[in-house]
Write a protein that binds this ligand. Structure first.
Ligand SMILES: [Zn+2]
Length: 406
């Protein structure tokens, strides 16, 4: 039996290797696409403009499942709100790719280590499956393990166990009722992800897909074809259909002029960086709460250096300044963002191993969650819609690429 399984895995690896080079059809991807009524096209952090999204060919949305219980062990309010939100999409003919909770939620709310108390972790995974299978189109088991902030407090090995046992438990529940409910996990585009995929090898057979978050060409000089290359590389590693669970581009960004920087310093009451640094914790106290939280988590016990760190490690956030390097020199402007989608979506869609792509994100945010400032593009300018929900040029570009209509 073991020999047959080994030979099967060798054949699969070879077929994915040649499949990635010659872009051969992948029968698992075809099956998944058929099940989903086409390649998944959707947005992250969706608003409730159901018809506007569907008009652009965006039939899927992706967001997080809160930890289902409160500290008293009862079903939590935020979980009930999540279910009501899912129902809104389903009632409007859309589908939800739901992301199961982060490890820290099991620790902080559940009071246990989810990589050690395996039975409890499995129990929650099966509960979520049974409770949500009719109002979601699939699960992504947690998010971007390999990135320290999301993985906290687990190691990479523990995070792989955390993902693997949930996949295993849900797969067993699916098999018991012959369900084709879609499950998988995702990764950031970082070097640790290769180790994560290796650690998850024993569990890949439970995955209907493997996801990747790609931001190539945002602060780096890359090409649209690099998206396809990165996806093919992952496909060769995991040999499963690929869903690009996040990808996007800022509609505003790049370097700031000296005059613009002076204006931001003046907003906080300083004429120069030196003056702000000399003011120490008094300067820090003027920063938004989110900025102070970031300093607290990133530089613990270094309060005496925080003022200086704002202008070194955190200078990008402070001034809302990014690198000018972009995808094929397309600018960080509303029109540049539209052009990004015109180039990147077709580059990904032509790959036979791709079963889905989900844009990051639906709508601009009011403030950056890292620094709390409205002028910082890092976490505010990803939307294909403006803060008020009106479409940007990127919305129309996506619509044209996906539906063929303007
Ligand atoms: Zn920021």
């Amino acid at each position: 039996m073991k020999i047959i399984a080994f030979i099967e895995s060798v054949i699969l690896t070879i077929s994915c290797f040649f499949g990635s080079i010659f872009n051969l059809p992948d029968k698992n991807a075809q099956k998944l696409i058929e099940r989903n009524g086409g390649v998944i096209c959707g947005v992250n952090h969706p608003n409730e403009q159901y018809d506007v999204l569907k008009d652009a060919g965006l039939g899927w949305v992706r967001f997080d499942i809160p930890y289902p219980y409160n500290a008293a062990g009862e079903i939590s309010r935020s979980y009930l709100d999540f279910k009501a939100r899912c129902k809104g999409y389903v009632d409007n003919g859309m589908q939800v790719l739901a992301v199961t909770p982060y490890p820290k939620d099991y620790v902080n709310i559940g009071g246990f280590d989810p990589s050690k108390d395996i039975e409890k972790t499995k129990e929650i995974a099966v509960f979520l499956y049974n409770d949500l299978k009719d109002i979601t189109g699939g699960f992504q088991i947690t998010n971007e393990m390999g990135l320290a902030t999301f993985m906290y407090p687990l190691t990479l090995e523990e995070a792989a166990t955390f993902i693997g046992v949930q996949l295993e438990a849900i797969d067993a529940a699916k098999k018991a009722e012959n369900s084709d409910f879609m499950i998988g996990y995702n990764q950031a585009n970082v070097s640790a992800s290769k180790d994560l995929n290796n650690l998850l090898k024993p569990y890949l057979r439970y995955c209907d897909y493997v996801g990747i978050d790609l931001y190539i060409g945002v602060q780096t000089n890359d090409k649209a074809s690099d998206y396809a290359d990165r996806i093919k590389k992952l496909y060769r590693q995991v040999c499963r259909p690929i869903i690009v669970t996040e990808f996007g581009f800022w509609s505003e960004g790049g370097s700031k002029t000296e005059a613009e920087k002076k204006e931001i310093l003046a907003y906080y009451g300083y004429a120069s960086e030196e003056e702000a640094i000399a003011d120490g914790m008094n300067f820090i106290s003027k920063l938004p709460q989110q900025f102070r939280n970031t300093l607290f988590y990133e530089f613990p016990g270094q309060e005496d250096r925080w003022a200086e760190l704002v202008f070194s490690k955190c200078s990008g956030h402070f001034y809302g300044q990014t690198s000018d390097a972009t995808l094929e020199n397309v600018g960080f402007t509303p029109e540049g963002q539209a052009e990004y989608f015109r180039r990147v979506i077709p580059a990904m869609r032509k790959l036979n191993c791709v079963a889905g792509m989900i844009i990051y994100c639906c709508q601009d945010m009011e403030i950056c969650w890292t620094c709390g400032q409205s002028w910082c593009p890092y976490e505010t300018k990803w939307g294909i819609m403006n803060l008020d929900g009106t479409p940007k040029p990127a919305y129309y570009a996506v619509k044209e690429v996906l539906t063929g209509t303007k």
